[in-house]
Design a protein around this ligand. Structure first.
Ligand code: ZN
Length: 425
């Protein structure tokens, strides 16, 4: 467990100062108010997320985490509380201790707000070299701001292009196991649908690579057996395959035989933020799905739809109607989930209400924290209920519903574009 540390080790602090010398820093004569929320790492705000995020608002003064990317410009805003003076926003870089067990805050800067239409607006730029977590505090009269913080928003504009390429990574004996189509057909369909639906960005090309032929990791991924993500490898995402040599900045979509969680077609982390390598750099999909007894082949149409859905999460889209699996975030028997985030917060995506909504909320949790699954619901009564949901024809509906022509909304497409331009590539 990574717990934020309230003690500041002098030697370690010195190391950080030396290491980060040269970054834009604050005026050291200013009062520094360190965050005191020991669970700040579990209360995060992602750029351009429109969900309610009441939990982040409630803890902003005492410390939450902002996810920031190199060279992007940000605005953090919330409603003015007329009963208090304007607070100063203090930002801290979170640095993990050498034994990787504790976080240390290192002050980056203090910012005074401007006021726009009754809201405090704090503008800043991120000069980091990679995606970084920054912690917050709100200071007024050398203590934590006591005013009300409501309708919090973090918006970001990136410095990178609105183009990307897709890299399909085939793991195990995928080609032998698929029956109704070929990998070339899948690749060409995938590219066609991405270009048709992801209209706010440009997809340059699609690559096909085999994990068995990876120059350094190939031996770990034999080409003659089915690969079961979460069983053949502990890491469902096979993150080490992301950032493929020679095409390091493509979107890596990893294809396995199936994901070892019943009914799960694909996984992505929400706001993965990583078009390079390492954790968060991959989306994983099965060509088959684990069923109560054995497995079922997934149609090419459903694989392609799931690829577009999971990539939506990768670029910051939430489900139009949430499931409990989206919200619940249990650490040491305590649920850090923000239950105000019951929908995506977008004006142009409807959400499912009534009985069916409760059915969706029961979609059970999987083993992976913060990863969003797409669930396969076989054709039965619940499927016909789901198809009545007004958002069932949106790509970000959490389950597959048969017989729907899917699309993204205008606001979803705008988030995809903004996220792509924030992610270094
Ligand atoms: Zn999903």
């Amino acid at each position: 467990m990574k717990i934020f540390c309230k003690k500041f080790c002098v030697l370690f602090f010195l190391n950080i100062v030396l290491f980060f010398a040269g970054c834009a820093e604050d005026d050291s004569t200013e009062y520094t108010l360190y965050p005191d929320n020991t669970n700040l790492y579990f209360r995060k705000l992602f750029p351009n997320d429109q969900a309610q995020n009441d939990s982040a608002a409630a803890y902003l003064a005492h410390g939450i985490t902002l996810i920031v990317h190199p060279q992007a410009t940000y605005q953090l805003s919330f409603d003015v509380d007329p009963n208090f003076e304007a607070p100063t926003l203090q930002l801290f870089r979170l640095v993990l201790s050498e034994d990787q067990t504790e976080w240390y805050p290192y002050k980056v800067r203090s910012i005074e707000p401007t006021i726009d239409h009754g809201r405090y607006v704090y503008s800043f730029m991120c000069e980091e070299n990679a995606q970084t977590d920054w912690a917050t505090s709100l200071e007024l009269d050398e203590t934590y701001y006591k005013g009300r913080v409501s309708n919090i928003r973090l918006t970001g504009d990136g410095a990178y292009s609105d183009h990307f390429s897709i890299n399909m990574i085939l793991v195990g004996n995928i080609e032998q196991e698929i029956e109704d189509f070929t990998i070339d057909e899948l690749a060409s369909n995938l590219l066609k649908e991405f270009r048709k639906q992801y209209t706010s960005v440009t997809i340059d090309t699609i690559y096909i690579n085999h994990a068995a032929k990876h120059p350094t990791l190939g031996k770990k991924y034999p080409a003659n057996e089915p690969w079961l993500a979460g069983y053949s490898s502990k890491d469902h995402f096979l993150s080490e395959l992301g950032g493929w040599p020679g095409i390091e900045n493509a979107l890596d979509i990893v294809f396995v035989h199936y994901i070892n969680d019943e009914g799960v077609l694909g996984y992505s982390n929400l706001f993965s933020g990583n078009l390079g390598k390492g954790i968060g750099s991959t989306v994983v999909l099965g060509t088959h799905v684990k069923a109560p007894y054995g497995e079922e082949a997934v149609s090419m149409k459903d694989i392609v739809e799931t690829a577009l859905h999971e990539t939506g999460h990768f670029f910051g889209l939430r489900h139009t109607t949430t499931t409990i699996a989206d919200i619940e975030y249990i650490i040491d028997n305590y649920d850090f989930g923000d239950y105000s985030n019951i929908e995506d917060g977008l004006d142009d995506t409807p959400r499912c209400n009534g009985k069916t909504r409760w059915a969706l909320l029961k979609v059970s949790k999987t083993d992976i924290n913060a990863a969003l699954p797409r669930i396969y619901v076989s054709s039965n009564a619940s499927n016909s209920d789901l198809s009545n949901c007004p958002d069932a024809s949106n790509y970000m509906f959490p389950t597959i519903v048969n017989g729907k022509e899917l699309s993204f909304s205008k606001q979803q497409l705008e988030i995809i574009r903004k996220s792509l331009m924030i992610y270094p590539h």
